[in-house]
Design a protein around this ligand. Structure first.
Ligand SMILES: Nc1ncnc2c1ncn2[C@@H]1O[C@H](COP(=O)(O)OP(=O)(O)OP(=O)(O)O)[C@@H](O)[C@H]1O
Length: 245
């Protein structure tokens, strides 16, 4: 069986800025690939390439063996590419349930009772059932992250792209999120960009480290985190940022 996601020799630059250089990787059903890299390394741009927000200048993206490189964002969504955003973007005035129902109806193309059932299902999956009737805008950050996940899961994706979902959470909250993502993981393929590397290491089967859109290392989390080039480029950059901040 083909991996859910295959990325082949993907390249993209903005003028002089390289965000993807001959990148290749694959993610199978039930697997999580983590992507790390310093600020500006090209991580979000790689997500934008996968989601169809931007187009590559070279290379191919295959979803379950089908070439989706030239498909629009909407078509990729309907083929099962789900995504969460770095900053949760719920409709603040709508309840948690209404937010997920909207995702199930529009993105997931479900109607009537089927959409309501799916919304209830993913709210239960993400631990939000008791908060279903609360306005999304008033939910604390962890619940807004859960809701972001629930909205993506409402589409029944085969590929889930998580963009720094652990950012801004306390240690205890990060742990809750890890438990949740581990519960979801067997049902799909995940690509997760994250600066909180211990969270990523707890969930990811493999980590891909990039800098200037270029692969620095790929392998099991412990090996990648111990890699000398990764430590120098990634950790060095983190230390520099910390020193400036
Ligand atoms: N549409 C665009 N046009 C021009 N430059 C862009 C565009 N999108 C991204 N860039 C540039 O590409 C580089 C990589 O950005 P990207 O957001 O992909 O990095 P990142 O690894 O996700 O960074 P961070 O960890 O800070 O989120 C940055 O220098 C950014 O300014």
């Amino acid at each position: 069986m083909a991996p859910v996601l295959q990325v082949q020799n993907l390249s993209r630059r903005f003028g002089q800025i390289v965000v993807a250089h001959d990148l290749s990787f694959a993610v199978a059903h039930g697997e999580c690939l983590g992507i790390i890299g310093p600020n500006g390394a090209g991580k979000t741009s790689v997500f934008n390439l996968l989601a169809g927000v931007i187009q590559p200048q070279a290379g191919r993206i295959l979803l379950n063996g089908e070439d989706i490189t030239s498909l629009s964002q909407d078509k990729r969504t309907s083929r099962g590419v789900g995504r969460t955003y770095q900053v949760p973007q719920p409709f603040g005035q709508l309840t948690a349930f209404e937010n997920v129902l909207t995702a199930a109806s529009y993105g997931g193309r479900l109607r009537g009772a089927k959409a309501s059932e799916r919304a209830a299902e993913v709210l239960a999956l993400t631990g939000l059932s008791r908060k279903a009737d609360l306005p999304a805008g008033g939910l604390p950050l962890l619940d807004r992250k859960r809701l972001e996940l629930a909205r993506a899961m409402a589409l029944s994706p085969c590929l889930l792209l998580l963009d720094e979902i652990a950012g801004g959470l306390t240690e205890a909250e990060v742990h809750e999120l890890i438990v949740l993502i581990l519960a979801i993981k067997p049902s799909l393929a995940i690509v997760w960009i994250e600066h909180i590397t211990h969270a990523l290491s707890a969930v990811a089967d493999r980590i891909l480290a990039i800098n200037a859109g270029t692969r620095i290392a790929e392998g099991v989390p412990a090996a990648v985190m111990a890699d000398a080039a990764v430590q120098e480029i990634y950790m060095g950059a983190v230390l520099n940022v910390a020193a400036v901040g």
